[in-house]
Write a new protein. Structure first.
Length: 192
């Protein structure tokens, strides 16, 4: 299974080493695409995050299974996926904003989901913004989601409050970046 993320250079410098090392420790292949530009300001923030979904359809041609993550994630153990899933998403129906109804800090994809990824990619345009990928994924789900066997992820799969039994931790949101539990775990994967 491929673990895949995208990042700007500055954010990769802060989080990339722990991301890559934690995945490798648990036996996963890793790919990270870095956006062009030397810093956060050379490429709009949304493009650095969106790069993983813009490139996903082609990656599905060469990989059987892909877990797409935020770069500030840490792999905690074996990632549980089901063979019958075409893909899996983290739904949040209780949130009213369209751009937050799906959490894309973690998602699971197989080649069977390539049409979903392509439909999602077609929605990007020059005026896209931060969290656009979540909006586009949700709209795609509403339009063609019934054509796929979509698993439902929860905080046992990816936890943004750092649950010990979760397969993946993600520092989703600014308040979590300085969480002592997250920083301590991240430090275990950073070279001295």
């Amino acid at each position: 299974m491929l673990i895949y993320a995208s990042s700007c250079p500055v954010y990769y410098a802060a989080h990339g080493e722990a991301f890559v090392r934690s995945a490798a420790k648990h036996g996963y292949q890793v790919k990270v695409d870095i956006s062009d530009g030397p810093n956060d300001y050379a490429v709009p923030k949304w493009k650095a995050a969106a790069l993983r979904f813009l490139n996903l359809p082609e990656l599905l041609d060469t990989n059987e299974r892909i877990v797409v993550l935020d770069i500030d994630s840490i792999i905690m153990g074996e990632i549980p996926v089901q063979d019958d899933w075409d893909m899996a998403l983290f739904f949040r129906p209780w949130i009213p904003e369209e751009n937050k109804k799906l959490l894309l800090a973690a998602s699971y994809w197989t080649p069977r989901a390539k049409p979903f990824a392509e439909h999602m990619r077609k929605q990007y345009h020059k005026n896209s913004k931060w969290l656009s990928e979540q909006t586009y994924a949700y709209r795609t789900y509403q339009e063609i989601g019934d054509q796929f066997n979509i698993g439902r992820l929860d905080q046992n799969f990816v936890s943004y409050d750092f649950r010990e039994n979760a397969a993946i931790w993600t520092a989703k949101g600014p308040a979590r970046k300085d969480n002592p539990k997250y920083l301590e775990r991240r430090a275990t994967y950073v070279a001295a």
